[in-house]
Ligand binder design. Structure first.
Ligand SMILES: [Fe+2]
Length: 250
């Protein structure tokens, strides 16, 4: 996190305590993941949040169409039971600006924050929310400085860490942790998927997509987080060998 000014012990909103308690008992780490999950759990418990009123308008049609069935099919868990009653009332939005990418992809990725700039609990230091992916969507290889966990609540997804790696199949109740800067890709199959995510650490607001070029080289393209939490493309650069090494791509 960014320092003592944003992480402190003390009285926290009831919802934050319930989320932190539920996260602790639901997300069971492997030995390798344990330090990263401990960081996520500790930041979730200690970050300073402020309740805020959301002016929620109509949900995007993709959310109204898919969320009810995903919630109906969602297996029970402590984390799922805290999130279930919130899901329909979040300020759902399309994550990526469709003018910079395939509209089918942009329209297939929706988020609703519980903690964050447009969450029920305001924070600029940690984000927790729901992520809804349409069927047959590939969120291409990308990397960011934040530490991230995806806990699948309903449906299933395939997550790949690195260009040559095999995808891991993550089913409801299971999770995937992505360390800072690790390049990763998400892909849905024939069904939609509902995920709970947590982002913490360096929320610098840049999300770099890796793109193969016609000459066989790779570029990385920078999406920058906007004040409304959506993303827009701001620049592009050749993918350097140093970045490949830092990204856990080998
Ligand atoms: Fe990510």
């Amino acid at each position: 996190m960014t320092g003592e000014s944003t992480i402190a012990k003390g009285r926290k909103p009831l919802l934050q305590n319930r989320l932190a308690d539920a996260f602790d008992v639901t997300v069971r780490p492997t030995t390798d993941e344990a330090p990263l999950i401990a960081t996520l759990a500790s930041d979730l418990r200690s970050v300073i949040t402020t309740p805020q009123e959301l002016a929620v308008e109509d949900q995007p049609p993709m959310v109204s169409a898919r969320l009810p069935a995903l919630l109906d099919a969602m297996p029970a868990s402590p984390f799922a039971e805290v999130l279930r009653p919130l899901a329909r009332d979040l300020d759902w939005y399309q994550i990526f600006d469709a003018s910079h990418t395939d509209p089918a992809l942009a329209g297939g990725l929706m988020a609703g924050q519980v903690i964050g700039g447009r969450g029920k609990l305001h924070s600029q230091d940690l984000y927790l929310g729901l992520f809804l992916l349409a069927p047959h969507v590939t969120y291409p290889l990308h990397q960011h400085a934040a530490l991230e966990i995806y806990h699948v609540l309903s449906g299933e997804i395939y997550i790949r860490h690195g260009r040559e790696k095999l995808s891991k199949h993550i089913r409801a109740g299971d999770h995937s942790v992505t360390p800072p800067h690790q390049v990763h890709e998400l892909r849905t199959g024939t069904e939609a998927c509902l995920i709970a995510y947590v982002w913490t650490g360096d929320l610098v607001g840049e999300n770099w997509w890796w793109e193969p070029q016609e000459d066989g080289s790779w570029d990385r393209v920078c999406w920058q987080r906007q004040p409304d939490s959506s993303w827009k493309v701001v620049r592009r650069e050749p993918l350097s060998e140093a970045e490949v090494l830092r990204a856990g791509d080998a």
